[in-house]
Each structure stands twice: as C-alpha cells, then as structure tokens.
Design a protein. Structure first.
Length: 399
C-alpha cells in the first residue's frame, strides 16, 4: 500500500540524522517519478529512486567531509554573489539598468520555471511570492540607482548592512534584539561615516576636506554619497524581504520544489516590475525607444553578460545555496556570508580597476567587522549539523 511505502520512507529518515533528511530534499528535484496518493507501486518506485540518488551522492563525495564541501561551495557562492554588483556596473555602460534587471531576472526565472507548477498549487505561496517579489524589486531598484552613482567596491561593503538590518527590523516589530546587534550597528555606522568622510580622522580624513553633515542635509551631498545612501536603502529593503519571508512562512513546511517555485514567482514579479518601469519611462518620455533602453538594436544587448549573471551568478548560486546550507552549521554559514563584500571589492578591482581610499578602506573594515559581530548576534547554534538551515526555507538571495 502507498501508506506502507510512505511510512517506510519516513521511518528510514527518522533513523538517519537530521542533515541526511535535509539533504535528501534537494535530491528529490532529480526524482523523475511522480505518484498519485494511492499508487503503492509507484510510491515504492519513487522511494527506490531516492535511495539510488542518495547512494550516488555519497559515493561522489566519498572521502570529503561535509564541512569541507560546504566551505568550498560557499566560497564559490560568495564569489558569485560578490561579483554581481561589479557586473551590474559593467552592464550600465551598455544599456539601461532597468532593462538589464528585467532581462537578468527573466533568464533566472527560466532556470526555476520547472518548479513553478509545484508552487502554483498553493495560494499562500503565490501570494507570498508576489509580496516578496515586490520587496526584492524595490531593493534592486534602489541598488541600481546606487551603483550608477558610486563605486562597485563601496556598494559591495554597504550592501552587507542587510546582515544587521534583519535583527533591527525584527526589533522594531517588537521582537527582542541582542546587545551585540546594537554594537554591530554602531560599528557599521562609524564605518559608513568614515567611508563617506563625514568625520575627521587624523591621518585619514582631514577636517578641511571632510563632508559637512549640514551640506548633506541641505541636499548638496556628493554624487557618490547619494549613491551610497541608495545602496544603504537597498540593503535595508533586502532586510525587510528576509524578515517578511520569515513572517509569512515561519513554521510552514515547504518541499524543496515548492521553495524553488517560490523563488521563481519572486523573480517573475521582479521582471514584471522592471518591464513596467521601462513602459512607464517610454510613455512619459518624448523620445525614441532606444533612448529608454540604452541600445538601438537587439544585437547591441550584451546577451552573454545577461546570461551569465541571470543563470550563473543569480539562479545558479541561489539553487546551490540550498545545497550548501545543508553542509555547514548555521554559525559557519553566516560567517561565510560576511565575506561577500570582500569578493565584491576584489572583482571591482580586477574588472574595473577600482580601489578604496585609505579612509574608505578603514570604513569598509569597520563595516566588515560589524557584519562579523552581527553574525554572532544573529544566533545559530554553531554546534554541528543540527545548526544547518533547511533548504525548505523560502529564500531568494538573488543579490
């Protein structure tokens, strides 16, 4: 009977450790056997397929510890995520930022399209995906404005404010906030002030060249500062996105395919928003379409860059993230996330030749330190596999 086959599978998972049960979920994406609820023979076949995939997965990683696999995979992930801001900066040289975002997420959504069917069966996932997609859209809209006005290296470090934004937003909603979070916030604000030359620091920022706060309030801030503020705003919006994800789906079990379908819905929402922005600009502008898009023909669009960012450093990294999160304890995973701005600055230097001034470098160091302190305050048992985050968590970290 189907119930017997299902019970057998559940019993097997209970005998295995928690991480084994979590890891089997992303492997289910490759189980090409779908069954009706009362089809016992099909259920047995599905169970056998899972076992085969699990044995193959273990064999392929024989001799390599889970932690080592997790660290290596996270290094590739953070490099991919860290490269995105620099690649956006490069794309802005060739076409409209809104067009690039629309096409980038179109490519990304195609990767997750096979999971869409599972997500559309649940109205809660559809509604949640649409709301979360709007938050992501606003975050990327502000980020795009910021990257246009500031350096990619600076934007990479400022974007890491999301790590401390999440517990602050949770605190504003009435949840308790650890003292480490406020310490991390103070360090980050000090780092931002130093990066923006808002305070005089002997040997780094001369009092005669420091940007006056009064000028900033009066609206006379340098373009780079305005860009950094847009980027800071985007970081907090991404924090709202993560917080709302927790509010909507906390305690809700989502199968891996449903979770990936949720990501697809969010990406499709982003695509709709950015194409809508392009349509609005065209209707409100007495100019030709080429002036809005930044290109005069389809051939001028950098399809290779769009495909790489959309498929590899966005969709590919988001999917592999669900695998990596099963391999590291949550505390180690959170610390790995804090390395993303370092990768961002490295790619900005290699691809754009950007370097940070001494004061900006010192400020960036403080911001990085704040993310480390924020990582400690964000919790996580840090005690082995039990701290690993489940890939069923409806994430959409398409940075």
């Amino acid at each position: 009977m189907a119930a017997t086959a299902t019970a057998r599978y559940a019993e097997t998972l209970l005998r295995q450790n928690r991480s084994h049960a979590i890891e089997s979920t992303f492997l289910d994406d490759f189980v090409d056997v779908t069954c009706d609820i009362d089809d016992a023979e099909c259920a047995e076949k599905q169970y056998t397929k899972r076992e085969e995939l699990w044995r193959a997965w273990n064999k392929a990683n024989d001799g390599v510890s889970k932690r080592t696999r997790g660290l290596v995979l996270f290094a590739f992930l953070m490099a991919g995520f860290g490269a995105n801001i620099t690649l956006i900066k490069i794309a802005q040289q060739d076409l409209s930022t809104d067009l690039f975002a629309a096409l980038r997420f179109t490519a990304g959504s195609l990767v997750f399209a096979p999971f869409l069917k599972s997500a559309l069966k649940d109205d809660r996932i559809v509604r949640g995906g649409f709301e979360l997609g709007l938050w992501v859209s606003l975050g990327y809209y502000l980020q795009n404005l910021g990257v246009e006005l500031t350096d990619a290296a600076r934007a990479s470090f400022i974007s890491s404010f999301t790590i401390i934004a999440v517990p602050i937003i949770a605190g504003l909603s009435g949840r308790s906030v650890r003292s480490q979070t406020w310490i991390a916030t103070a360090i980050a604000v000090a780092g931002l002030a130093m990066m923006e030359d808002l305070v005089s620091v002997p040997g780094l920022v001369d009092a005669t060249t420091a940007t006056a706060v009064a000028d900033v309030v009066a609206g006379d801030a340098p373009a780079s500062l305005r860009g950094d503020l847009y980027t800071l705003g985007s970081a907090f919006i991404f924090g709202v996105h993560i917080f709302r994800t927790d509010c909507i789906f906390n305690g809700v079990y989502l199968k891996h395919k449903e979770s990936m379908g949720l990501v697809c819905i969010q990406m499709l929402t982003v695509v709709t928003v950015f194409f809508g922005l392009l349509a609005r600009d065209y209707l409100n502008c007495d100019c030709d379409l080429g002036a809005i898009l930044g290109v005069n023909s389809i051939a001028e669009i950098p399809w290779g860059l769009i495909g790489f960012v959309g498929v590899v450093t966005t969709a590919g990294c988001v999917y592999l993230e669900t695998v990596a999160l099963t391999l590291l304890a949550s505390q180690e995973a959170t610390l790995m996330y804090s390395t993303e701005p370092v990768w961002g600055a490295l790619f900005a230097y290699m691809l754009l030749g950007e370097t940070l001034s001494p004061s900006a470098a010192a400020g960036a160091g403080l911001i990085l330190a704040s993310t480390l302190v924020g990582s400690i305050s964000s919790g996580g048992s840090g005690g082995g596999d039990e701290g690993a985050e489940s890939p069923e968590s409806p994430r959409a970290d398409a940075r």
